[in-house]
Design a protein around this ligand. Structure first.
Ligand code: PBG
Length: 331
């Protein structure tokens, strides 16, 4: 093997021009998706304490964010709704006057085709118990999410979003069969051209903490471990989730959270050629950096670009991130 002094890897590092030439992992605004939280009211811009720079927005304020996202050339926005009333089924999510439906209509009217509008489809923000579907009792008499009954409702929620004009549907509940149910339901209703981005490998993660404050969706009892994946489960289980979702008709698959799960992204990238992979750079990942930056302990901009680059290098083509606007300006 030819080695030093013939080989000097630093030759490619001395000059900025050379470093730039040999770079392979590039970020681009059109790969970034900005999550936004919408709530009822007018002129509401309620700061989310654990996520500095993010707000619960009324529809009129949300439209301004959407305009900005379009002007920056972002890949899209993903909407989460915070309703004013909750019940056991999350029925407000299944009404054509739901907060997300109103938001989609308003954004579409304002920015038209200049921005991709994705909706998160889940029930945890709409149920009074904070779980991601309807409940039943398991064999121990404890409450648990009723898988098949929830599927019926997921279709109803997704159709509300489709009728409002959503460009893409993103189910996040980790309910077995959700992609098949949605694809069939949407096709039957005339929405066969609306893609589904599946939260395929979504782990039961402590990194979602700040989001639950933002979306007011903390489970009122128990946790989400009976539907979201166990972080200690075999990595291959994520491959099975992806394989099933693709077979059921998912167009884009997602891994969530991002940074602690880049091994999973790489596994999926290597196994499934040609499948678009998204990662969700979640709330806890955002808040940790914000908190450290506020104390002057790290350089936020550098850390953000480095993290987004790592996600891209691992194989993610699409990144959902609360830094989408800032990153688009930096790139
Ligand atoms: C809803 C949902 C959650 C997130 C996205 N969709 C929360 C959860 O599963 O508890 C988390 C996003 C984030 O932490 O930024 N099911």
């Amino acid at each position: 093997m030819v080695t030093f002094p013939t080989i000097r890897l630093r030759r490619l590092r001395y000059e900025p021009k050379v470093r730039r030439l040999v770079r392979e992992t590039m970020l681009s605004p059109d790969k970034l998706i900005l999550p936004l939280f919408v709530r009822p009211g007018n002129a509401v811009r309620k700061p989310i304490g654990s996520m500095p720079g993010h707000f619960q927005l009324s529809v009129d304020e949300l439209v301004k964010e959407a305009e900005e996202a379009a002007a920056l050339g972002l890949g899209g926005i993903i909407l989460f709704g915070i309703p004013d009333t909750k019940d056991a089924e999350g029925s407000t999510a299944m009404s054509d006057s739901s907060i997300v439906a109103a938001a989609v209509r308003a954004v579409k009217q304002a920015v038209g085709n200049r921005l991709l509008v994705i909706t998160d489809v889940c029930f945890c923000e709409y149920t009074d118990h904070g779980h991601c579907g309807v409940l039943c009792r398991n064999k121990h008499g404890e409450f648990s999410v009723d898988n098949d009954a929830t599927l019926v409702n997921i279709i109803k929620q997704a159709l509300v979003h489709c009728r409002a004009g959503a460009d893409m549907i993103a189910p996040s509940g980790m309910i077995d069969g959700m992609i098949k149910a949605l694809r069939t339901g949407m096709d039957d209703a005339g929405f066969s051209s609306v893609p589904i981005m599946s939260y395929a490998a979504k782990y039961a993660s402590a990194f979602y903490g700040p989001f639950r404050e933002a979306a007011e969706s903390t489970p009122q009892f128990g946790d989400r471990r009976s539907y979201q994946m166990d972080p200690s489960s075999a990595a291959g289980q994520a491959l099975r989730e992806v394989e099933l979702d693709l077979a059921e008709g998912a167009d884009i698959i997602m891994v969530k959270p991002a940074l602690a799960y880049l091994d999973i992204v790489r596994l999926i990238r290597d196994r499934f050629e040609g499948v678009p992979i998204a990662v969700y750079n979640v709330s806890g990942e955002y808040s940790m950096v914000k908190a450290a930056a506020e104390r002057g302990w790290i350089d936020e901009q550098a850390v953000v670009l480095e993290s987004l680059t790592a996600m891209t290098r691992a194989g993610a083509g699409i990144i959902l991130t609360y830094w989408a606007k800032e990153a688009a300006k930096l790139i």
